[in-house]
Design a protein around this ligand. Structure first.
Ligand SMILES: [Cu+2]
Length: 139
């Protein structure tokens, strides 16, 4: 009798633990999904500013994703794009621009400047998991 009871309790605990971990896992997936959808709402692209012979721009990582989520650059001119992560509530703790072999960690509130000379076209910058994204529009 007591043996059966303890088995029932064990099974109940296992189910509870499984349910809890499913909730936690779901939440961590939601972070990226939520940021992705809100990122797509901002259609307006920011334009880089000419400064000391380079085109410069700053992109912040907030709980909404990359802001601005798209950036216009001129082809063939050196670019300095500074990323600043402003929140811990994000999985974008690094920035990756595949086409330019850029992969940099983004420490909280520490500006990280990446330098490259953009070619004509559209390029994606993204978090390490390629879930939170922004766009470089090079003309
Ligand atoms: Cu991510």
């Amino acid at each position: 009798m007591t043996k059966r009871k303890s088995i029932i309790i064990t099974v109940a605990l296992l189910i509870a633990a499984f349910a809890l971990s499913a909730v936690a896992f779901g939440n961590s997936l939601n972070c990226c999904k939520a940021q992705k959808s809100s990122g797509q709402e901002r259609a307006q692209a920011a334009r880089a500013v000419e400064q000391d012979g380079a085109q410069t721009a700053t992109v912040e990582v907030t709980d909404k994703g990359f802001e601005p989520s798209s950036l216009k650059l001129k082809a063939g001119a050196p670019a300095k794009v500074t990323f600043v992560r402003k929140t811990d509530e994000t999985c974008a703790k690094e920035v990756v621009i595949k086409e330019y072999n850029i992969n940099r960690k983004l420490p909280l509130n520490e500006p990280v400047t990446v330098e490259f000379t953009p070619r004509k076209g559209e390029f994606t910058f993204a978090c390490g998991m390629d879930m939170i994204k922004g766009k470089l529009i090079v003309e």
